[in-house]
Design a protein around this ligand. Sequence first.
Ligand code: AMP
Ligand code: ZN
Length: 136
Amino acid sequence: MDCIFCKIANGEIPSDTVFEDDNFKVILDLSPASKGHMLILPKTHARDITELGEDIAGKAIVLAAKLGKASMAALGATGFNTLANTGESAGQTVFHCHIHVIPRYDDASSIVSWVPGQSDKEVQKETAKKIAECIR
Ligand code: AMP
Ligand code: ZN
C-alpha cells in the first residue's frame, strides 16, 4: 500500500520526530496550525480512529495528554487541542489514522471552533436515543 504515513511511521521517509516507541511515531506537522503542532501516527495502518482498536486508541489518548503537557512546559503553550479528523467531510486528508496535538498560546486566534447553535429539548432527546441505539 502506498501510504505516506506508513512510510513516515516506519522510518522510510524522514520526519521531525518528537517521540517514538513500539506503537507510535510522533512527528511535527509539515504545515503547522501553531508552533509545535504534532501528529501521533500509529505504526500499524488504520484508515481512521474507527479502525484503531481499543488498546492502541487508549494508549494514543494517554500519549496525546503527555505531548500536550510537554508542549506547555517546552514552548510556553497555555493549552492544547487534541483531535482526529475522521472522514472527508470532517477534514481528513491523509487516510492513515493520526491524532493532532495542537499547542495553543494566549495571543493566538481560535483554531478549532464552531458557531454554537440552538438546541431543542425534544430533538436532543430523540438524537441522544438514536445514537445510543447504534453504539457497538
Ligand atoms: P488531516 O487533514 O486531519 O488528515 O491531517 C493531515 C495533516 O498531515 C495535515 O495537517 C498536514 O499538514 C499533515 N501532513 C501531510 N503530509 C505530511 C508530511 N509529509 N509530514 C508531516 N505532516 C504532513
Ligand atoms: Zn498507512
